[in-house]
Design a protein around this ligand. Structure first.
Ligand code: ADP
Ligand code: MG
Length: 247
């Protein structure tokens, strides 16, 4: 089977400051993958570089065995909430409908079937009652669920979410992780940037452990061990005993 993501010798810098150094990994399809590491480790940078939302200095990236420009329609991306503009006046349903636009073609307005499909995806995340609300009026967890609905509308093969669980309520978090696991079970690939270690071992199959360099990548049972996790986190947790990393 073709891998979902294959990265060779990726280097990324901002104004001459290196953020990612020589990252290489391959991830199969049908995986729920956590990109983990301390604050400033380059997690968001990695996700953006993989999707060519920011330029790279060097490196080769293939998604489903192809350059990203050939598979862009198969990819849904949900940025970090703090990166989004919440003052933009748009309703919940219209936000979700935006996800159908790649399938619409230029100059074509959404049809009834697009509206119905969007509404159905809002039902999946439990947000249909809010369809006419302004997106800026929702709580963080509700906004995150709406953005997941927009990603579902796209019927993507690869889902990329940046810190979806930060600052959200328990119901929203449970709804989102349940849907991400369903997507994985349906053979989709899901990348989630995540910095909270307490859930990492129950949420993900595979981990990409990062701290500017790739510390480790592989099945969660192998990577989520104190001696490996410490390599990424020790600078931030200098007094922590290695056995206490896993909570
Ligand atoms: P993480 O998501 O793991 O917290 P980031 O990928 O956001 O880390 O950042 C990695 C490093 O790159 C940090 O040192 C950060 O300050 C820097 N960085 C991120 N975005 C920019 C930017 N737009 N311009 C300059 N430096 C940036
Ligand atoms: Mg980040």
């Amino acid at each position: 089977m073709v891998s979902s993501m294959s990265v060779r010798n990726l280097f990324v810098s901002y104004h001459g400051n290196e953020a990612l150094h020589d990252i290489s990994f391959t991830i199969g399809q049908g995986k729920l993958v956590g990109i983990i590491g301390p604050n400033g480790a380059g997690k968001s940078t990695l996700l953006k570089a993989l999707l060519e939302l920011i330029p790279r200095d060097k490196g080769d990236i293939q998604i489903f065995g192809k350059p990203i420009k050939e598979v862009r329609k198969k990819i849904a991306y949900i940025p970090q909430r703090s990166d989004m503009d919440w003052t933009f006046p748009i309703t919940v349903l219209d936000t979700v409908l935006l996800g159908t636009y790649p399938g619409l073609g230029v100059f074509r307005r959404p049809k009834k079937k697009h509206r119905e499909w969007s509404y159905h995806c809002l039902e999946k995340v439990g947000m249909e009652k809010y369809s006419e609300r302004q997106i800026g009026e929702l709580s963080g967890g509700q906004q995150q669920r709406v953005f997941l609905a927009r990603a579902l509308v796209q019927e993507a093969e690869l889902f990329c979410l940046d810190e979806p669980f930060v600052g959200i309520d328990v119901t929203s978090e449970e709804t989102i992780i349940k849907i991400l696991k369903e997507l994985r079970d349906a053979g989709k690939t899901v990348f989630v940037v995540h910095h909270d270690l307490s859930k990492a071992s129950t949420y993900f199959n595979e981990l990409i452990l990062l701290n500017k360099e790739l510390i480790d990548v592989g099945p969660v049972e192998r990577v989520f061990r104190p001696e490996i996790m410490m390599k990424a986190y020790e600078a931030q947790l200098p007094f922590l005993n290695a056995n206490e990393v896993i909570v």
